[in-house]
Write a protein that binds this ligand. Structure first.
Ligand SMILES: Cc1ncc(COP(=O)(O)O)c(C=O)c1O
Length: 409
């Protein structure tokens, strides 16, 4: 008898449908397309030689190779955990290796956090728009999304911690990208960070801080992480309520898939059980290579990345000033990889993408997919980390022409 796959799959998987946009974005590989769609680092900036040398050294040494190629602890390679605890310390968070779980990229951290906290119908508080990958990770558990506490929220303060008589479910956590958010590029000010941490503490609400872009600052002074503020407030990371998700994907290389969660030991202990069930541990070879590369990186490595992306951001902002003026509004991020564009209300960014691919061979990501409530039809995300300045300027010029034609129609 033929298997009926559709009825065999868990009902929650019905939500996980491939989007029409993904189909359109398959065109990206065609020659001549200028793409602002991806959210990826420039491969020319990967420390290729250092990675090759580290892998060679580790695999050339019988003892190191035996560790690198063997099964390892689910918590992660101990020297790397200690190294990351040291990095967190430098950023104002006193912690030990016991507060660190190594994950296969920070995407896995988000997946595990979803598994740890969420049952169907639980509430997750998110910004609108927010990172699509986080929504995908959490949505597997069929939560309800609500805006973070603030003017847009209609909940009574009590209901965040324990639910309320009307059946409102307890909010399990708030998910926040404080620095150079994906997709908007915007950051929380120091006052907003302090407010958020204080409000969450008052409500007994855990905060999941996604710090994927925090090292990519091009202007202005670095601000403390939510974790640093919360640990200072609570008297240490173990007494606080922030789970910090870090990654080396944006500063070293995403293919090594090394991320981490820094959190109270009680939370880490539970997450380790999920890690065991999921993949036993992150590749020890990758962890050892990453550790060696990160610890010995040329001092100008990060500076080069920042200089390169700053110039590309400036080129894109300059081109937007010239070609989009009067036709749209956009963010001016101090770091990260993205600029967020808001079109006039009557325009639909998915229609604009179709036109843009056909008429100008320029791609971007329409904004609806970053909104849990399907809003944001007149918004779009532009990536600026990948294209050299001249290509970015040309792409924005072509896209500007399409936009002006769409407005005139
Ligand atoms: C905000 C944010 N969080 C997490 C990730 C996941 O990155 P990784 O799994 O490579 O660490 C990304 C990737 O683009 C991201 O933009």
């Amino acid at each position: 008898m033929a298997i009926d796959w559709e009825t065999g799959f868990a009902p929650r998987m019905q939500q996980a449908k491939p989007s029409a946009i993904r189909e359109l974005l398959k065109l990206l590989d065609e020659p001549g397309i200028i793409s602002f769609a991806g959210g990826i680092p420039d491969p020319n900036l990967f420390p290729r030689t250092a990675i090759a040398a580290a892998a060679q050294r580790i695999l050339g040494d019988p003892q190191l190779a035996a560790t690198a190629l063997q099964y390892g602890p689910s918590e992660g390679h101990a020297p790397l955990r200690r190294y990351i605890a040291g990095l967190m310390d430098q950023h104002g968070v006193a912690c030990t290796a016991d507060n660190i779980l190594i994950t296969s990229g920070s995407q896995q951290a988000l997946d595990f956090i979803g598994r740890l906290f969420l049952d169907p119908g639980d509430t997750v508080l998110v910004a609108r728009p927010t990172y699509l990958g986080a929504l995908q990770a959490f949505s597997a558990h069929q939560p309800v999304y609500e805006p973070l506490p603030g003017p847009g929220s209609n909940r009574t303060p009590d209901s965040y911690g324990s639910g309320d008589a009307s059946g409102t479910r307890r909010a399990k956590f708030g998910y926040v990208i404080a620095d150079f958010q994906n997709p908007t590029g915007e950051s929380l000010s120091l006052a907003e960070r302090r407010d958020l941490v204080a409000n969450a503490a008052a409500l007994g609400l855990p905060i999941v801080e996604d710090a994927a872009y925090d090292q990519l600052r091009y202007d202005g002074a670095a601000l403390p992480s939510l974790l640093a503020l919360d640990a200072a407030r609570a008297g240490g990371i173990d007494k606080g309520g922030v789970l910090y998700c870090g990654t080396f994907s944006k500063t070293i290389a995403p293919a090594l898939r090394i991320g981490w969660i820094a959190a109270p030991c009680t939370v880490i202990d539970r997450l380790v059980l999920i890690k065991q069930a999921s993949d036993l541990h992150t590749s020890t070879l990758d962890q050892m290579v990453l550790h060696e590369v990160a610890a010995t990186l040329a001092p100008d490595h990060l500076a080069t990345i920042r200089r390169t992306y700053r110039a590309r951001r400036d080129a894109m902002l300059g081109a937007l000033d010239e070609c989009f003026r009067g036709a749209a509004q956009w963010t001016r991020p101090e770091g990260g990889m993205f600029i967020w564009v808001t079109l006039p209300e009557q325009l639909d960014a998915e229609d604009l993408l179709r036109r843009s691919l056909a008429e100008a061979r320029v791609a971007f990501v329409p904004g609806t997919s970053f909104h849990v409530d399907g809003s944001g039809r007149n918004t779009l995300r532009l990536n600026f980390s990948l294209n050299p300045e001249a290509v970015a300027a040309e792409g924005i010029r072509r896209l500007g022409n399409v936009l002006h034609r769409a407005l005139a129609a």
